[in-house]
Design a protein around this ligand. Structure first.
Ligand code: ZN
Length: 255
């Protein structure tokens, strides 16, 4: 009886699936960051990005949010600015919402970043690699300073690095093994593709104090429970009226 033609759109479930699975948490870097995978990693660390000769750039980051929506933001205190995350941790400590123990996960942690090649996925070209300082970078520096091994970044006489990552308990363990023989870079063109790790305009994203506040209000899970299961965007639920001065505890940044 009713033959009226009504147009409609065909669904694209691939696109829809992507949309639903999308991780919305913003990053602190404009390019994807390589981190060691569980098990064996084989990498080549590339030479410094400028004449200063630094192989690693060290940055302090705060991490928060849920497992699927981890937010990282650069601690603003390393730039001699007020950092909202440091301040809210102090507020929550003073209000006893956080204990000294539970607050620790929000403290800024330092990571070392370098230019490198994942030799198992060379098609990705030069990547910015994030490595733990005490468990990996310190050993790398020890190898470089040991005349037996020397400079692992050298394009001709450098050497590959094996990093074994194993997570048995809460925190992963790393084993750093230099290659027995030196080898040239797979291709010298990689030397022209180094990221400038001092570039805070095009590489790193520095959230402002207000942006940090917004991120914290959306993603932090200090007060919410069951957040892993929740699809909510997370309304701001943090007490705004706690005076910052109470307690005056300094958060140990270690930077
Ligand atoms: Zn901070």
């Amino acid at each position: 009886m009713n033959s009226e033609i009504v147009n409609y759109y065909s669904p694209n479930f691939d696109l829809t699936e992507k949309e639903v699975a999308q991780r919305t948490a913003p990053s602190y870097c404009k390019v994807p960051i390589w981190t060691p995978k569980e098990g064996q990693n084989l990498i080549r660390i590339l030479p410094p990005w400028n004449e200063k000769g630094l192989v690693f750039k060290v940055l302090a980051l705060h991490w928060f949010g849920s497992k699927n929506n981890r937010v990282a933001t650069l601690c603003l205190r390393q730039f001699q600015k007020r950092c909202y995350i440091c301040e809210i941790i102090q507020k929550l400590l003073a209000a006893e919402v956080l204990t000294k123990e539970t607050a620790r996960v929000y403290y800024a942690v330092k990571r070392a970043f370098c230019n490198g090649l994942d030799l198992k996925e060379l098609d990705k070209g030069v990547q910015i690699m994030s490595l733990p300082i005490k468990k990996v970078v310190q050993s790398l520096i020890n190898y470089a300073k040991d005349p037996e091994y020397g400079d692992f970044t050298h394009p001709e006489n450098g050497y590959d690095i094996k990093i074994e990552k194993e997570t048995a308990g809460l925190y992963p363990d790393y084993n750093v093994i230099p290659a027995r023989k030196s080898s040239p870079l797979p291709d010298r063109r990689y030397l022209k593709e180094l990221y400038n790790l001092d570039d805070f305009e095009n590489i790193w994203i520095v959230h402002s104090y207000d942006e940090q506040k917004e991120l914290w209000n959306i993603y932090a899970d200090v007060i919410r429970t069951e957040e892993e299961e929740s699809d909510e965007m997370g309304e701001p639920k943090l007490p705004e009226d706690i005076p910052l001065e109470v307690g005056k505890k300094e958060v140990d940044l270690g930077v």
